[in-house]
Every structure is written in C-alpha cells, then in structure tokens.
Design a protein around this ligand. Structure first.
Ligand SMILES: Nc1ncnc2c1ncn2[C@@H]1O[C@H](COP(=O)(O)OP(=O)(O)OP(=O)(O)O)[C@@H](O)[C@H]1O
Ligand SMILES: [Mg+2]
Length: 288
C-alpha cells in the first residue's frame, strides 16, 4: 500500500515493454512474451491484454523452473555431442590402428605365400581369392574408420576432410556435389572444424535421404570473424508440416536438432530456407 506501481520490482518496464503497453492499451492487441527480471532473478511469461480502451493488464506466470530445466537439457545435449565426437574419434583410431594393421599384415603374408604356390593351380586360385578378400576388408575398414572420424580433420584440416567426404558422397549417392571453399580459409579450432564437418555430413545425408535432388552444393565463406557454411539442394523441400515450424522440425529427427545444438554451443546461428524448389541450410559461426 502507498507504493506506486513503478516501485514494484515486477513492474519495472523496459523501454520495449513500455511501447508494447501503449500498443495494448490503445490498439487493443493482446501479446505474450517471456522476459527475465534481473531484480528478482526470475523468468516470467507475461500475457498483456486490454480490458478496456486505454487500459492494459498483465498476467504473469513464473517460468523460472522451466527455463532452468531447458538450460540444463541444452547443456547436457551439448556435452553429449562432445562425448560422442570423442568416442567416434577414439573408435576410428582403434579400428585403424588394430584391425586395419592386422589385416595389412595378413595381406602381406598372403602375398609372400603366393610365390610358394605358383606351381599348384588350385592353391594359387584359393590364395588369389583370399588376397582379394583381404584387400576388400582393408578398404572397408579404412572407409568405415574415416567416416566415423576422418583423420585428415586433425592432421590436414577441415578442407581436406570435406573434399574427401564430398567426393565419396558423390560416388556413393550418385548426386553431383560441388564444394566451394576459399583457399585461404586457414585452420580453425578443433571444435569448430569437427562441428562443421558433422554439419556437412548430416546435411548431405539428409539430401540423399529426403530431398530427391540430383545436385547438392557445399559452400564455405569467411567474413572477418564469421564463418558461413551453406549446404543447398534443388529437391522437393521440407515437408509442409515442418517447413514453417521450427520446433516441429527439430522434433522430427535427431539430425537437424543435433546441428542446432552444435551451432548454439558455438554461439552461432542456424537458418533453413526451404521451398518446393529446394532447401538451403545455413550455419554462421564466430571464429577467432
Ligand atoms: N534437404 C532436405 N530436403 C527435404 N527434406 C528434408 C531435408 N533435410 C531434412 N528434411 C526433412 O526434415 C526432417 C528432419 O531431419 P533430421 O535430419 O532432423 O531427421 P531425419 O533425417 O529424418 O533422421 P535422423 O535423426 O537420422 O537424422 C526429415 O525427416 C525430412 O523430412
Ligand atoms: Mg537426418
């Protein structure tokens, strides 16, 4: 009692809120928004409406707990993605260093044995089959290991890894894929390089699985301290139910939701533009 409304910590309007209060009171529109009150250190969902011309009223709901839970889930997802990247990196290296090395040893021994069996037609034939099988296994293990985590990301950098991946994608999918990258991009942090690689990998996989496009393009560009990554196709576009509904799109699979988390963790932005003529996914990231 005896206090003016502006004394209440609930009612410290920001400039934007003051403007919207006038709109509500004079135009009769109703609006809903979420805001953080620094004095109370709590989040509120506010519904502003006009009970009578020239007046406005606010209904507050305290949503601090929900906000905290959402933040905790986002942090957990970001951590899970990092743990997954590390696990894939380790698994890829193990496969390469153990199974692939044993197969290479086996292949060498088979080559030596071939010299001793030259006179025995049947043995030579079986040995040739074994050599072919060993060669195939070596190629398969190497491809699997590289797809899990291309070693060239760590050694030669993102561009080499992307070039290798896009070439393999063209062969496997039959989709013509172009890679446009500035030559002077330089090295970026390990986290950024791994994330960009995963974003491109997921987006091209999506194009192969969902877009029905004959072509795809991957473009990287750098403007000062911003890196822009664009993956585009000329396919059928996102399904209508998720095209203009970001929440529904993020809930419809793990791939784009994962991209969104990676980008958020790095302080970047994800935009998806989709029409009946195709889809463009654009990620902008701050880079040092
Ligand atoms: N390039 C694209 N063209 C058309 N539709 C797409 C494209 N990329 C994604 N979509 C649509 O968006 C949905 C969500 O994609 P997302 O990658 O999140 O999940 P998913 O590919 O279905 O499954 P996964 O979790 O294995 O990635 C897809 O199911 C598909 O309908
Ligand atoms: Mg996907």
């Amino acid at each position: 009692m005896g206090k003016r409304s502006s004394d209440s910590p609930y009612l410290q309007w920001t400039a934007a809120e003051r403007t919207s209060n006038y709109d509500v009171a004079l135009k009769g529109v109703s609006i809903e928004y979420e805001s953080f009150n620094p004095a109370l250190e709590r989040w509120y969902e506010t519904r502003a409406f006009s009970p009578r011309y020239g007046q406005f009223a606010h209904l507050f709901a305290d949503i601090t707990e929900r906000k905290k839970t959402e933040e905790a889930i986002r942090n957990l997802s970001a951590r899970l993605l990092r743990v997954q990247d590390d696990a894939l990196r380790r698994l890829a290296r193990e496969l390469h260093d153990t199974v692939a090395q044993s197969l290479a040893g086996l292949r060498m021994n088979l080559g030596v044995m071939k010299r001793f069996t030259a006179s025995d037609g049947r043995a030579a034939e079986v040995l040739d089959d074994s050599i072919t099988a060993a060669d195939n296994a070596i190629t398969e293990i190497r491809t699997l290991s590289y797809l899990l985590h291309p070693p060239m990301i760590d050694e030669a950098g993102l561009l080499k890894a992307l070039r290798w991946y896009v070439d393999g994608f063209e062969r496997r999918s039959g989709i013509t894929a172009a890679l446009n990258v500035p030559d002077d991009l330089g090295r970026l942090s390990r986290n950024v390089e791994t994330s960009v690689f995963r974003v491109v990998q997921e987006s091209l996989t999506n194009i192969q699985r969902h877009a029905g496009s004959a072509t795809a393009s991957v473009s990287l560009s750098r403007f000062g301290d911003r890196l822009c990554v664009e993956i585009a196709d000329r396919g059928s576009g996102l399904p209508a139910v998720v095209r203009d509904n970001r929440d529904a799109l993020l809930a419809s699979g793990v791939g784009i939701a994962g991209i969104n988390e990676r980008v958020r963790e790095l302080g970047g932005e994800l935009t998806i533009h989709s029409t009946d003529e195709g889809t463009t996914l654009r990620v902008t990231l701050p880079v040092a």
